[in-house]
Design a protein around this ligand. Sequence first.
Ligand code: ISL
Length: 560
Amino acid sequence: MRTGAFWQENVVYQIYPRSFQDSNGDGVGDLRGIIGRLDYLRTLGVGIVWLSPVYESPNDDNGYDISDYEAIMEQFGTMADWEELLAGLHVRGIKLVMDLVVNHSSDEHRWFGESRKSKDNPYRDYYIWRPGKPDGREPNNWTSFFGGSAWQYDEATDEFYLHLFSKKQPDLNWDNPKLRREVYDMMKFWLDKGIDGFRMDVINCISKADGLPSAGEDRYAWGGDFFLCGPRLEEYLKEMNEQVLSRYDAMTVGEMPGVTPEQAAAYTDPANKEVNMVFQFETMDIDSGEGGKWNVKPWKLADLKAVTGKWQNGLNGRGWNSLYLNNHDQPRMVSRFGNDTVYRKESAKLLATFLHTQQGTPYIYQGEEIGMTNIRLPKLEDYRDIETLNFYRDATGQWGWTHERAMEAIYAKGRDNARTPMQWDAGPQAGFTTGRPWLPVNPNYPEINAEEALRDPDSIFHYYRTLIALRKQHPILIYGDYRILLEEHEQIYAYTRSWQGETWLVLLNFSDGAASAKLPPELPAGGELEPIVCNYPDSDAARREDVRLRPYEALVLKLA
Ligand code: ISL
């Protein structure tokens, strides 16, 4: 395990530009909007910004469908605006990480326009084309992440192309060295402009199994076994590192659905020269039942402990964890893992404590730092997310779900929960736009907004500042070994962090009731407990062997 890298010692803040700040009244966030909010980020204390895609895109999937990798989306501004943003971040000591979306492009990318023209076009092999089965069916039975077949028939050449996401997101063919070269050149284009790294979208999907075999006998089936962490993934990551990343001081975080701790330990082991971190999905799956995310089941603290332990221990001493509980694809964490009504503040702070006291790099998703919550939009037509809309179609069609059941699933898991505009103040449209926002503002903005959070010394925002500053001062929070205590406790999540002879104790009451426990006697020697941080004003909750915690109380103590 390495130590001392900037991407280990800083906290990352994710900006979803469409929803962050609009500067020109068109209802869509933009680069100049972000530029106007840089001091807010500096006040928070984050050291790295991850910017979701700002490239030219027809926005079938809000910028994750890119039609020109080296141009800025007109709605967001110009390259000059982007350069000003980069400079504005750097002047404040904040690094910039861009989104790299190269498992697929947009179908409106020039490469795809060429590729679909003819079977002998020089760009044909930039994508994955196959003839249909003799009976006219798709080349295999894989379904896409967004529902339906992962293949789209194209008349011009009478073949199908593969799209693991929407049909406007054709998969790039990584087995083609020419395509890989194009991607590496594009990465250099941005690195040469001075960026500090990449967040790599579904990067573990780039190597598909030879022969693209069907997944079983069903008409359609999830084919993840044949494209998640596929046969040549590590080869391609190493090549990318050798050709591009090793020549810059850049960080990488690979988004990897389905990745295991064993795989991640290899991918993030510095000796292997692949990526610095991965985003795993096991934590995000603890409230998913049979058949995936939409089949919502209540999550259990035991599962959170088990998954967290697997990752904390699995990567310790070898690779490096990324720590997140929400992003632009996930519901708001306070609504999902906390309590967004009575104990919103307490539970948001508890979850923040949990994230910032594990080994790894914490990621904050915009609005998390003020405790933004999920939204319930009354009509399906109010939703914009392609995954949500496709789900509703399949659920109420093929699967026979009622409208009510589908809407409840959307309220719990839909991606637009995270995409409502950032709540800046109590003015019209929460200060996000002077126009009509592309997605409604959450009606709770008069109470939950950044201006109010800055004013209130007890706010979630100021608690995040404290945690971020603590992590900077105390390497034990960054590098310390994790060890769970009270494993069977149903309300309390307790663990220690140990580093260079010191031990800290983290106590988290994940319930809305009071909780108590006896601390195990085998805790490292020493009787005194010095409180470091607590989400309640007075922190006398713990004595040496007897712990009492109030609802959602979070307490970090130093064992002296
Ligand atoms: O959003 C999801 C919810 O569980 C996933 O299915 C998601 O699509 C997957 O995690 C991949 O996400 C990334 O790639 C997608 C894009 O829509 C997401 O916004 C992005 O984060 C395709 O580029």
